[in-house]
Design a protein around this ligand. Structure first.
Ligand SMILES: Nc1nc2c(c(=O)[nH]1)N[C@H]1C(S)=C(S)[C@@H](COP(=O)(O)OP(=O)(O)OC[C@H]3O[C@@H](n4cnc5c(N)ncnc54)[C@H](O)[C@@H]3O)O[C@H]1N2
Ligand code: MOO
Length: 265
């Protein structure tokens, strides 16, 4: 088996068959997660005016778990420059890479860009011509990557799958770091046009017409329900027109937790 091959039940069986009880593997990096925002409440807290429960922290943890990764959570922090900087420094010292959510745009209380500057981190990019997740920022300090994901849940989710996931896979020497990609037909029109490439939470199915896909519900950047219902990301290239039903699109496939109700074999 080639170095960089993922060990799954089939490869485990092959190794066992040929007498390999132990093999050399890549070390899994430890990932730090920090959610920022004065408006954030813990999952178990009662909602109060102007507050919102922290869904990004648990979501990113679950995205890492789905990849089989280990993580260290640094919880939530209010938008306070000193305490956020202190926590970023602590987290960087204790982990191999750090994911932060929120506070990365141009608002008065968006402190991550200032923290990167104060720490002397090299910003690799701080704007991407895509929707959602345009504010996704990646910097590097002493060889450690800092992923500044958007606070908006759909943008945070997308930023993880498009940028964090392949980076972690590469760190482990993976030969196939990107989400699997297939082609499908839209079974619902997406009428609005967008000058930027869009990565839409979608739902793919396999039926009489082959593989078809549709948006997984309300698809705004602040939406959480479409992340919950989606099983793929529909890639919509930029343009002056929307997409008709039947249009061919590319899909990036997410985990396969969602089964089907019946088989038609
Ligand atoms: N002048 C400009 N303003 C903004 C731009 C721009 O280009 N120019 N881009 C907008 C875009 S697009 C996005 S996305 C947001 C992202 O800003 P941040 O990443 O700094 O995120 P926050 O402002 O901290 O939060 C955005 C939104 O998400 C909610 N949030 C934050 N953290 C969590 C969490 N852990 N769980 C659930 N929800 C969370 C937060 O309450 C806000 O509603 O910037 C735009 N502005
Ligand atoms: O980064 Mo913002 O999510 O493009 O919506």
């Amino acid at each position: 088996m080639e170095a960089g091959t993922k060990i799954h039940p089939g490869t485990t069986a092959l190794l066992a068959t040929f007498g390999y009880a132990k093999v050399k593997v890549s070390k899994r990096p430890i990932v730090g997660i920090l959610s920022t925002g004065t408006e954030l409440l813990d999952v178990g807290d009662e909602l109060t005016p102007g507050k919102i429960r922290n869904s990004n922290g648990p979501m990113v943890e679950a995205q890492l778990k789905r990849m089989g990764m280990m993580y260290q959570s640094y919880g939530m922090l209010e938008d306070n420059l000193e305490s956020c900087q202190h926590m970023v420094e602590k987290a960087l010292a204790e982990t191999d890479l750090l994911i932060t959510t929120g506070g990365v745009s141009v608002g008065d209380y968006d402190y991550l860009p200032v923290i990167y500057e104060r720490l002397g981190a090299t910003v690799l990019f701080n704007k991407i011509a895509m929707r959602p997740g345009s504010v996704t920022t990646v910097s590097v300090l002493n060889g450690k990557l800092l992923f500044g994901l958007s606070g908006n849940p759909s943008a945070c989710f997308t930023g993880f799958e498009l940028y964090v996931r392949p980076a972690i896979e590469k760190m482990m020497g993976s030969l196939a770091p990107y989400l699997p990609q297939i082609e499908a037909e839209l079974d619902e029109a997406i009428p609005d046009a967008n000058p930027f490439i869009r990565f839409m939470r979608g739902l793919w199915t396999f039926g009489a017409d082959g593989v078809t896909a549709r948006p997984a519900g309300f698809n705004k950047t602040n939406a959480v329900s479409s992340i919950a219902r989606g099983n793929c990301i529909i890639v919509l290239p930029p343009g002056e027109h929307g997409y008709e039903r039947g249009a061919k699109v590319k899909l990036l496939l997410l985990g396969s937790e969602q089964g089907v109700s019946t088989w038609n074999i």
